[in-house]
Write a protein that binds this ligand. Sequence first.
Ligand code: SAM
Length: 236
Amino acid sequence: MNDKLLSERLKMVANFVPEGSSVADIGSDHAYLPCYLMNHQRITMAIAGEVNEGPYQSAIKQVKRSGFTNEITVRKGNGLEVISPGEVDVITIAGMGGQLIRDILLGGVEKLENVKRLILQPNVAAHLLRERLADLNWELVDERILEEDDKIYEVLVFNAGNGKQPYAGMDGKELQKNLLAGPFLLKDKNEAFMKKWQIELKKRERILQSLTNTEGVSDKEAQVTNERDIIKEVLS
Ligand code: SAM
């Protein structure tokens, strides 16, 4: 497979796959990620999972074209139902909303028992993953943010471990800020990070402006005001 087929976003996901892993890529579409990982001899085998017929067929074609039909199995199914417990040690899920990624993981927690690492690339709502996975003892160990084709993407890496560890000693607004924007990303605020949160701040300010002209919205106003104040902290 030509490396140029893989976006910078997916290369960033690939960089976090430990050498010698077995990987399930859920929502694999063209299976570019597992093909790239095999091409670079990073992994021993992969399962490419797809729920929709079109992308499932695209994955089969790409795996054949890349010559990895022995190493990459393409399976059709919803979320983690395409894997058995203990079958892989890394799961990648990229290019979906944070809520869908969270629901896919929660829908198959029994499949996660022997998994050592989750590499997740939510297009939106990364905070939902930080919040929920901390409760399930998935320890956030790294994060990246990048801009590609005018879109900003986050990559979150979780190892089986102590989910609360990255937020140790934090509470109140500090904890909310870290769950929202990411403890690793907050330590190294790059251009993409600043751009994302400036856009998010403007969104909240627009909502607040529209709410001041509407009656009976005090709960919503309080919630958005809190978010706006946290985002100001994030940007400071
Ligand atoms: N992972 C690739 C990437 O990052 O470029 C493809 C992302 S594409 C936007 C999302 C893919 O996830 C689609 O091909 C869709 O069919 C698949 N998908 C959505 N929900 C799914 C689910 N519950 N289980 C498996 N695949 C799913």
